[in-house]
Design a protein around this ligand. Structure first.
Ligand code: PNS
Length: 166
C-alpha cells in the first residue's frame, strides 16, 4: 500500500554563529540527517557588536556546508517565529550542551510555542567533546593566544587569525 505523501520537514536552526563552532557543525549534521532540510538562520541584528559581520558568518557556514545539499544558510531579523513561518518550517532546532543551557532554552521554546503553536522546538545534544564550547569562549581564548584547533572548522580559525592580525 502506498504511503500518503507528507510535505518535507523543514527545520530552522537559528543563532548568532559568531563564529560557527564544531558544536554548531555537529548539531547541523545531526539535523540534516533527521530532517528533509535544515536552514541555518543567522541572526542579523545582534545586541552586542559581533566580531564577524552577518555576511562573514553566512560565508563561513556556506563554505563548511558547501557539499551538503539539504543544508541552507540564510539570515533573519525580527521574531524567529515570523521568519520560520515565512519559510513554512515546522521545526526549530536548538542545541543543548549542559543543564545550564536549559532554563533559557526552556523559556525561549515556550515563548515561541505561545507565539506560534504549530512550530515545534526540538533540542539536540552535540557530541560530548563539544559540550563546553561556546562562540564567546572561542573568541576570548583565541584572541588571548590560546589554542582552539579541533574546536572550530579550519576556515573559522583562518578568519579569526586574520582578525587578530588586524
Ligand atoms: O545563538 P544564540 O545567540 O543563543 O541565538 C539566540 C536566538 C537568535 C535564537 C534568539 O535570540 C532569537 O530567536 N532571536 C530572534 C528574536 C526573537 O524571536 N526573540 C524571541 C525569542 S523567544
Amino acid at each position: 500500500m502506498s504511503q500518503p505523501s507528507r510535505p518535507g520537514r523543514l527545520a530552522v536552526y537559528p543563532g548568532s554563529f559568531d563564529p560557527l563552532t564544531n558544536g554548531h557543525v555537529d548539531i547541523i549534521e545531526r539535523g540534516a540527517r533527521i530532517f528533509d532540510a535544515i536552514v541555518v538562520a543567522v541572526l542579523g541584528n545582534v545586541d552586542k557588536t559581533p566580531l564577524f559581520s552577518v555576511e562573514e558568518r553566512v560565508a563561513i557556514i556556506k563554505s563548511v556546508f558547501k557539499d551538503a545539499p539539504n543544508v541552507q544558510v540564510d539570515t533573519f531579523d525580527g521574531l524567529l517565529v515570523d521568519y520560520a513561518q515565512s519559510k513554512h518550517a515546522s521545526i526549530l532546532v536548538r542545541g543543548l550542551r549542559a543543564v545550564s543551557d536549559f532554563e533559557y532554552e526552556f523559556q525561549m521554546a515556550l515563548m515561541n510555542r505561545h507565539l506560534a503553536p504549530g512550530l515545534e522546538t526540538v533540542f539536540m545534544m552535540p557530541a560530548e567533546q563539544y559540550t563546553y564550547i561556546s562562540s564567546r569562549l572561542i573568541k576570548e581564548v583565541f584572541m588571548l593566544g590560546g589554542a582552539i584547533d579541533g574546536l572550530v572548522p579550519p576556515i573559522v580559525e583562518e578568519r579569526l587569525r586574520a582578525k587578530r592580525s588586524k
